[in-house]
Ligand binder design. Structure first.
Ligand code: PLP
Length: 302
């Protein structure tokens, strides 16, 4: 019976989030689907679930996109959001890994993630909640992580912000990520920094792509820890000139105001900075097939 399915009791579930993009030539393409397949399997291993051969993952996504081509939004920047997921379907109540799983892919037309139309998102620093602890499941894309983020995200909205940002669970000082996006910081010397993948952060494919694109532009990017106090100090001194969030859904979105129980500051002009816009344009041009794809990231579908 479905009500005894293990996923409903022990949350053995992993998923991916990716998009199919309309190309400049009218075709459709996936962006780094192998990276999603690899992350899916990494998440599955952490949740004691079986891995799925990567070619099956990519082929199922490809087939769904082909079948759902008519669902592509016609609006500028529209894409087809794809959600491959796998869950424990065995009917049994004891606590152990399931012996049966279901893998499915669903799709939905997608427009812009942030509806406010504001030039930058404002974020709330959660003091009372953390997202992931060392040794936990923070680096896996599993439903439980998102369940845990809903209350702090609701708190952010209640306080008039778009997103919540999480600090590390041990010292409560190191900046980790937003509920569904990674972060980048741009300094006045033209260098960038993104929080290092400590095991409590989801290794974003957008984050990774931007790392490559920025370095290919000759920019220096550090992966390091960055504290909330340093963030405030750098924003106030002007050393930090831009900050942006990145992910499949949000692409590249400038971060403007940052508030918490005992802090409130704005990064740079509070709107999109030059480097943020440049990196976004580079990424989007590759995803949309309007520029050469030097890293072989794009998989065109017929
Ligand atoms: N961090 C979290 C918690 C996420 O849910 C996501 C989105 O999937 C990201 C970061 C960004 O990852 P990606 O760039 O692969 O979409």
């Amino acid at each position: 019976m479905i009500r005894s399915a293990r996923v409903l009791h022990y949350a053995q579930e992993v998923f991916e989030g990716m998009k199919a993009y309309r190309q400049a030539d009218g075709g459709i393409a996936l962006f780094r689907p192998e990276a999603n397949a690899a992350r899916f399997n990494k998440s599955a291993r952490r949740l004691a679930m079986p891995e799925l051969p990567e070619d099956i993952f990519v082929e199922s996504v490809r087939q769904l996109v082909t079948a759902d081509r008519e669902w592509f939004p016609t609006v500028e920047g529209g894409s087809l959001y794809l959600r491959p997921f796998m869950f424990a379907s065995e009917v049994f109540l004891g606590v152990r890994p399931s012996k049966q799983y279901k893998f499915l892919v669903i799709a939905s037309p997608a427009g812009n993630y942030f509806k406010s139309g504001a030039p930058a998102v404002s974020i709330w620093v959660s003091r009372d909640y953390t997202r992931a602890a060392p040794g936990g499941t923070g680096a896996a894309k599993c439903g439980g992580n998102y369940a845990a983020s809903l209350v702090p995200q609701a708190e952010a909205i209640e306080r008039g912000h778009d997103q919540v940002i999480f600090l590390d669970a041990v010292e409560r000082k190191w900046v980790e990520e937003l509920g569904g996006m990674n972060l980048y910081f741009v300094f006045d010397d033209g260098t960038l920094l993104t929080p290092s993948l400590t095991g409590t952060i989801l290794p974003g494919i957008t984050r990774d792509s931007l790392l490559t694109l920025a370095r290919a532009e000759g920019l220096t990017v550090r992966e390091d820890r960055y504290s909330i106090d340093q963030w405030r100090e750098d924003a106030q001194s002007g050393r930090l000139v831009e900050c942006f969030a990145c992910g499949t859904a949000a692409v590249v979105t400038p971060v403007g105001r940052v508030s918490g129980h005992d802090l409130d500051f704005t990064v740079g002009s509070g709107g999109p900075g030059q480097l943020t816009q440049k990196l976004k344009d580079r990424l989007v041009a590759i995803q949309r097939g309007s520029t050469p794809d030097p890293h072989n990231w794009v998989t065109k579908l017929d």
